[in-house]
Design a protein around this ligand. Structure first.
Ligand code: PLP
Length: 321
């Protein structure tokens, strides 16, 4: 049976029609310096250290069928990220909820990608090394929901490449548990994968253990066990959701340290991300997945993820106008 065509449901089936919105918010809405503005007009000051030095942390929460998914989990993770990077969020938790809801309400999108982040702001004129002198800045925006892999790619399964040229930055350099602007290893590994004719990449640590992928966590299934790295990766919210789905389909969960050879011997492989949910992998390094069982568990969890979300699972409804 074909996978749930989430992109088609969102954009062409007419099932989730866009709500009323002002014409200036056609492309999306941003929030900065206390105001809501058209997304294409929003720009970060060039001297903001978020831009200059990747000095920031952020999060992305999605909305589908007019409901945020696991909003409180995203806000928790963001708070942890601010603490890890010693950032002071100028907005309270309740204000954050209101900003996120206002963005989606103003955009009218029923399926949306909501980004919010805090940077350390401008360098102080006096002592640049005093963390307390910085005035952190908050930015946020909403655009239509984004997929790492469209309906066709998810149906076929991504062609995954284990990066040969890059490793994931070690956790004692930039802690991946705080969502951060350090994307160079991820991006270069993606370009490397594309150069070799693959769709997406996965990065290892210095010892050859699995870490994560650009914008996604990695899972594999072997003999009824579902496995994902414990360290060296973001504690993804879709990963968290997958832990629940794995239980529902009868898989035993193992969160640990896995050498890349375990991936090569896997029965099924998939990625998880707010940008597209559960994303099946069809080949690794150009070879079909070992003992491919048609990605049976992955496909079930993929469909469960969407049907449950659209039925309100961990959902917070948006109050549209
Ligand atoms: C580096 C990285 N790993 C994993 C993920 C997946 O996390 P989530 O499921 O919360 O989107 C992301 C999300 O963008 C990411 O940037």
């Amino acid at each position: 049976m074909a996978l749930t065509r989430a992109e088609e449901v969102m954009y062409s089936s007419g099932a989730h029609p866009r709500h009323r919105h002002a014409p200036e918010f056609e492309e999306g809405v941003a929030f900065m310096f206390g105001e809501y503005v058209p997304v294409e007009q929003a720009g970060v000051p060039i001297t903001d250290t978020g831009f200059m030095q990747a000095d920031g942390t952020y999060d992305v929460v999605s909305v589908s069928k007019g409901m945020f998914f696991r909003l409180e989990d995203h806000l928790d993770r963001f708070e942890r990220g601010c603490d890890l990077f010693r950032m002071r969020n100028p907005y309270s938790r309740q204000q954050m909820r209101e900003i996120c809801e206002n963005l989606v309400r103003l955009s009218g999108f029923q399926d949306a990608y909501v980004w919010y982040g805090v940077t350390r702001g401008q360098m102080p004129h006096t002592d640049r090394n005093d963390v307390n002198l910085y005035e952190c800045q908050f930015y946020a925006f909403v655009i239509p929901y984004l997929f790492i892999a469209d309906d066709q790619m998810r149906e076929k399964g991504l062609a995954l490449h284990v990066s040969q040229s890059y490793i994931r930055i070690p956790e004692h350099a930039v802690d991946p548990r705080a969502k951060n602007f350090h994307w160079m290893d991820l991006k270069l590994s993606l370009f490397e994968a594309r150069d070799k004719g693959h769709d997406w990449s996965v990065l290892l640590d210095v010892d050859g253990n699995l870490t994560e992928c650009p914008g996604a966590n990695i899972f594999f299934i072997k003999d009824g066990r579902i496995c994902t790295p414990a360290n060296g990766c973001l504690e993804g919210i879709t990963r968290l959701a997958t832990f629940e789905l794995a239980k529902e389909v009868g898989l035993e969960l193992e969160v640990g340290r896995f050498h890349v050879s375990a991936l090569e011997a896997a029965d099924e492989i998939f990625l998880t991300s707010t940008a597209g949910g559960i994303i099946p992998v069809g080949s690794l390094g150009g070879k079909p997945i070992a003992s491919n069982r048609e990605n049976a568990y992955t496909r079930r969890m993929h469909d469960l993820y969407w049907t449950k979300r659209w039925a309100g699972w961990h959902g917070t409804p948006v109050a549209y106008d």
